[in-house]
Structure formats: C-alpha cells, structure tokens
Design a protein around this ligand. Sequence first.
Ligand code: NAD
Length: 240
Amino acid sequence: MKWTFDIHNTAQRLFVLTGAGISAESGVRTFRDSGGLWEDHRIEDVATPEGFARDSQLVIDFYNARRLQLKAVFPNPAHLALARLQKQLGERMTLVTQNVDDLHERGGSPKVIHMHGELLKLRCLSLAEHIVEVSERQKMDSVCPQCGAGLRPHITWFGEIPMQMELIQQELLQCSHFVYIGTSSQVYPAAGFKAFAKSRGAIVMCINLDVEPDSHTDLVLQGKAGEVVPNWVQGILAPG
Ligand code: NAD
C-alpha cells in the first residue's frame, strides 16, 4: 500500500508514536540495545513501584543520572524533522512519545504527549496532580511544595497506567495515518496502538532499524530514524 499523506487534505490526520530508537542517535541508549536493561539496571529495580518501595535511594539516583545525561545529548535530525512537520500540520498531527527525555521539545515540537512521563518532572506521593519541575537532582528529602508529602519521579513504571490515555484514545480514533518510529512494540498499551488504528481504517507505517513482519503495518521504512525521518517528512512537505 502506498503511504499517501496529503498535506493539503484537511480530512487527513497523522498520529506519530515514538520510542527509544528515535533518541538512539542522540546518544541515549534503548532497552533493546542493552539486553533489556535500562542503562545497566534491571527494570524491576528502577522502573517499578516495588523497586521504589524497596530502595528509593537507588531509584532516585538512577533518575538523577538520567537527568544529568540529558545535558550531554541533543536532538537529532529525526526530532527536528518531526517538529517541522508538526508546525506545518498543527492540530492535524499528534505526537505521542514513550520516551522520558525532552528531545522532542528541544527539537522544537510544540506539543508532545509523554505517555510514560518525563525525567524533568517529579510528582507528589500523596496527590498525583501535584507535579513539580526538576532540572537537576531530586534530593532524597525533597517534598511537595503544595502539600509537604514526599516526591517520586514522574515516570510511568511497569505495572502502572500510562498518562493521558483518554486523549490518546481520542486521537487514535481520529487519525487517518499512524506511524511508529524507533519502538520495539513490546511495551503495552503503546504496542497495541497500531492494531487499533488499523482496525479503525488508518494506514499504518513503521520506521525502524530492525523490522519484523507484522500484519498491522502497511509500509515499512527500514533504517536509522535520523536519516529516514527527515526524508519522509520532506516528501510530505514538498511532494513530487
Ligand atoms: P526499545 O528499546 O524496546 O526499542 C527500541 C527500538 O528502536 C528497537 O526496535 C530498535 O530496533 C529501534 N532502533 C534503535 N536505534 C534506532 C535508530 N537509530 N533508528 C530507528 N530505530 C532504532 O524501546 P521502546 O519500544 O521505546 O520501549 C522501551 C521503554 O523504554 C519505553 O517505555 C521508554 O519509556 C523507555 N526508555 C526510554 C528512553 C528515552 O527516554 N530515550 C530510553 C530507554 C528506554
């Protein structure tokens, strides 16, 4: 099937889902490249509520290290190209990322839905709507400025429900084109989005380094996101 997103056809809407692979060329390691570990740590230790309950110092140190790492990495051409496309399409494009880094924002994307949370935020252990920005380290004794309770990283850990799912669901219902970039499609519910979009009639495309056959995907562009995404975006913005 031909990928036929038409920038002039206002009935068409694009849903883009990104994963760790889009940030790989910026120097942020993916899970897959690290044998299922996250920066040499077991997921159970640093990305579950049980891990936090067991050893909150380890978890806080881990996310402090990830925050520090953000200062040494920069958006790559894939982030920049998606931002260019989003600025052109406005509300017709939805960008959802599983990444907790801020590279889409620093690449210029005007609106990013972080379904798995953000490294640069903490949230209250008592009231989840109390969110605090954090640019550097979370201290072990940091407390919520609104209510004085303890704080945790604003990250969706395994076993927790991702953020903004209602909004995501609405956007999935409306999209005519769905593209997933740099994700291994192993973490649910994000991994199920392509099948849902497809069942609602959307055209589904994948951009990834390694691609496995998949009945929900109509078109595959195999290669590095930093090379493939800018070409794909250019093809939409300047067809012909
Ligand atoms: P994943 O690590 O499971 O899979 C990464 C995918 O990207 C793989 O399919 C791999 O083939 C592909 N890939 C690697 N380099 C690429 C490149 N240069 N261009 C295109 N594709 C490339 O990642 P996931 O599916 O996003 O799921 C892992 C979970 O890990 C997410 O929930 C996320 O929150 C978390 N995570 C986030 C970051 C981050 O914020 N940057 C980093 C590591 C893990």
